[in-house]
Design a protein around this ligand. Structure first.
Ligand SMILES: [Cu+2]
Length: 91
C-alpha cells in the first residue's frame, strides 16, 4: 500500500484524473482517494511506488509520499499523532 499526499488535488475531477493516471500504469491497482485530507492510497498490483508517483506527477499534480507510520490522525498511546511526544497537538 502506497500513500501520497496530493495537496493540489482539490475536487472530484482531480481525484478522477489521478485515479486514471494510476490505472494507466497499473490497470489492476486499487485506488482510494480521500479528497478531504488530500490523500491517495494505492494498492498496486504491479507498479512500484516510483512509477505511481511519476504517473501522478505527469497528470499535473504534486504527490508527496507519506510514511506508513505517519498515516492516520489517531493519537498513539503515550503521545500525539504527530509524534511530538506531547499529550495533544493543541497543548
Ligand atoms: Cu480538481
Amino acid at each position: 500500500m502506497e500513500t501520497f499526499r496530493v495537496d493540489d488535488m482539490t475536487c472530484g475531477h482531480c481525484a478522477g484524473a489521478i485515479t486514471q493516471a494510476v490505472r494507466a500504469v497499473d490497470a489492476n491497482a486499487r485506488v482510494d482517494v480521500n479528497l478531504a485530507e488530500h490523500l491517495v492510497h494505492v494498492e498496486a498490483a504491479q507498479a512500484d511506488a516510483e512509477s505511481l508517483r511519476d504517473a501522478i506527477t505527469r497528470a499535473g499534480y504534486t504527490p508527496v509520499p507519506v510514511q506508513a507510520s505517519a498515516q492516520g490522525a489517531t493519537p498513539r498511546p503515550g503521545g500525539c499523532c504527530c509524534g511530538s511526544g506531547r499529550a495533544s497537538c493543541a497543548a
